[in-house]
Ligand binder design. Structure first.
Ligand SMILES: C[S@@+](CC[C@H](N)C(=O)[O-])C[C@H]1O[C@@H](n2cnc3c(N)ncnc32)[C@H](O)[C@@H]1O
Length: 220
């Protein structure tokens, strides 16, 4: 089985929330449970070998992806990046430290649960970590973009990442779609930038306002 965004988009739609594991979840900024189940559905078909996530947070996304690949009996490496300092939030240093402890413990539990999956946490700004990984030869099959949700940040990550995409690679931009978005006003601007600069060339796309909203694309 393989995953085709254009053919399988309807198949991955769901109204069932993903059942996350009983980790220590302090905040509620993680992936939306409906979007998580959609991603799970796609991943068991797609079976990526190399996944990159920007914005680890407490590890919700890592759990969804690791469970999907483990259930699909696929050996996969997940590179996940965070730097404890979302510029759009007002958390103080103590909160970020607590978040770091929660994340470390969750990532360790997830790694123990899914030994087939190799999880690498990279501590740093994605705009510095990603070029290093790519310089070391990283090529990706699935990219979950969930760190910065403002135009300059998303464009920066995407410009770094798109050159290292394997054929059929899937990217999911979280919290953004083609629709007007009061929380993230740059969202439709980025999606339209993507469509005009990448769509004609090599990528097909889908946009959804379900859950936290997502913009998906697949390399043709
Ligand atoms: C919405 S949360 C990620 C949620 C996570 N993907 C999940 O599914 O639970 C956003 C995270 O991105 C991180 N972040 C924001 N900008 C970043 C950057 N430039 N580099 C690395 N991490 C960043 C923040 O520290 C925050 O933890």
């Amino acid at each position: 089985m393989s995953f085709s965004l254009s053919k399988d988009w309807e198949k991955i739609q769901t109204d069932q929330p993903f059942n996350t594991f009983p980790g220590q979840w302090k905040y509620k900024w993680g992936i939306h449970p409906i979007n998580a189940q959609m991603m799970y559905n796609a991943l068991v078909m797609h079976k990526p070998i190399c996944i990159v996530e920007t914005g680890t947070f407490e590890g919700h996304g890592v759990y969804v992806m690791a469970k999907a690949l483990s259930d699909a009996h696929t050996q996969c490496t997940i590179h996940t990046i965070d730097f404890d300092g979302d510029p759009l939030t007002k958390e103080d240093d103590a909160s970020w430290k607590e978040l770091r402890d929660i994340r470390n413990s969750n990532l360790q539990r997830i790694q123990n649960l899914f030994p087939l999956i190799t999880i690498h946490f990279h501590d740093g700004d994605s705009r510095e970590v990603l070029p290093n990984l790519i310089q070391q030869g990283l090529k990706w099959d699935f990219f979950f973009q969930d760190s910065m949700h403002f135009l300059e940040g998303i464009v920066k990550e995407w410009e770094i990442m798109k050159e290292a995409a394997n054929t059929n690679a899937v990217v999911v931009f979280d919290d953004i779609s083609l629709s007007e978005n009061l929380k993230h006003p740059d969202a439709p601007i980025f999606c339209n930038h993507f469509i005009t600069s990448d769509f004609e060339n090599q990528w097909c796309y889908r946009s959804t306002d379900t859950g936290h909203r997502q913009f998906w694309a697949q390399k043709k």
